[in-house]
Design a protein. Sequence first.
Length: 556
Amino acid sequence: AIPWVGLYTVAAAVFYGLLMPSWGAPIPHPLAVLALVLLLFFASVACGAVFGRYVKSPVQAGQFLLAFNTPAFPLSGYTFPEWAMPPLLSAITRPLPFSLFVDAYRGLAGWPTARPVAGWIGLGCWLVASLILLWIPGTNGGVETEPVTREKEVGGGLRHAFHREFLRLTCTPGLKTLFLAAPVIYLAMYGAMYAGKEERRVPLAVTGGATSQFSREVSIALSAHPQLKVLHMTRSDARAALGRNEVRGVLEVPTDLDIRIRRREATAIPLLFIADRFLPANDLQRSIGEVLSVFGARERMLILEARGMNPAIARERATALLLDDRPIGNPRETYGDFMLPALGILILHQLCFIAAAFAAAASPGAHRLKDFVARVSLLAGWYGAWGAVWIGLVLPAMSVPVNPHVGPLLALFALGMIATSLLGSFAGIWFKDPGSAAQILAFTSYPFFFASGASWPRELFPAYIDWFGKLVPMTPWIVGANRAIRLDAGFAEIRPEILQLGVQLAIWSSALAVAVMVVRNRHNKLCGSAEVVTPSCAPSPPHDQATGDEIRPSIS
């Protein structure tokens, strides 16, 4: 554990001590943050060791941990408020190590949190419990793994290649989980997270002005808003509740608001909130702004009527300029409706990418053109079918407004899946251990998604990030599919994305062909120059006649 913790501690010190200050990001005391990060690292290493102790298969242990850790970031409440998630899902994810780390960090940073100390205690409990489980003597050893030696080139025609690759995808340990179970698990888990799709009844503390007539009218109007839950408090209690994260904002109504209104004075009403999460802040500002704008228009109308203007004309003049916003593709402007279509593409892209890399790394003897044709066809067809289920059944069932154009969507999914499979195959060829291919490439999920521009405008990226995104099939796939799903965009509207996917398909197929030749020539040169038989050139061990896979005994 010492090398792992030491390496990541140095990385954390560089990030929090150098990079964040250079970016102008506020951070709490560096030593306190470093102590919290160390606690997280030790707890994570010990928890991972427990998985390895009891799961025993390294590939399966890696997959369980990825399923355990991948949702940790969105389920921590940073991308979607935890109070807007289903209660059961929130109850399951709150004790996760990263969620506890977030609570503890928020306490150090002075941000609102109800559990500033519980985060430290929870991480300590994870560490202690893991060490206790590791202290208990084990029974049997796990299944050892070793690099996959290059197999003898497989034979057979295209039909045999399809049969062999189908058995490989559905019977290989680890790979069959990615191929069969992962689409259901990930689509269901992330879909459930955004099932509510929007915040409802956000707690808002209102202070001052409770005795004035106008203040009471404002308070009643705020309480009637479906997005807000108004709580009347004193100023000190409201500030304390904000610090404990019991309310999301404090609206401080001036005590002399009635007097100012009668004098026709412009009055600013302060709204206090800690902008550490973008969604609650946006919802509060918009909801309160809608209520106050109605009262502002009413006061302007009364002023015009007092000057002798006809009431109907006064009402029209008081609201001379109104914003008539008409959101297209997301009429209710909910975060779930915005996120869910792109989320399905992200999940399917990554599963196809990792499965292709795993399969390529696990089958070094099946690197003929027909083998890749069979493998890519099976991956694209299978995950493409899940894409049809997601868009055609799941999104309508979750009341996500969709207006899909089938033809362009079929073209985008076909090109996107094929390009992704080729990219994954290219990456997997360089790995000698399929488990390492799956584990390492799984961490591309967030970089690929962020670089696609789905959550942040690409025009604001640095040039090198933008170019990186252009080489990933997910980028044109998400951009084009969003318009084809929401806006019924046809081929003319998404032509640039289709062309970009076509270029990527040509690039990654060419790169894959070059990689196959390099690996094959390196193997032939090694075998041809070896005076003694090396393990990589030794006679091939027994193979399964159906799949061509090496038959290895289990090592206990």
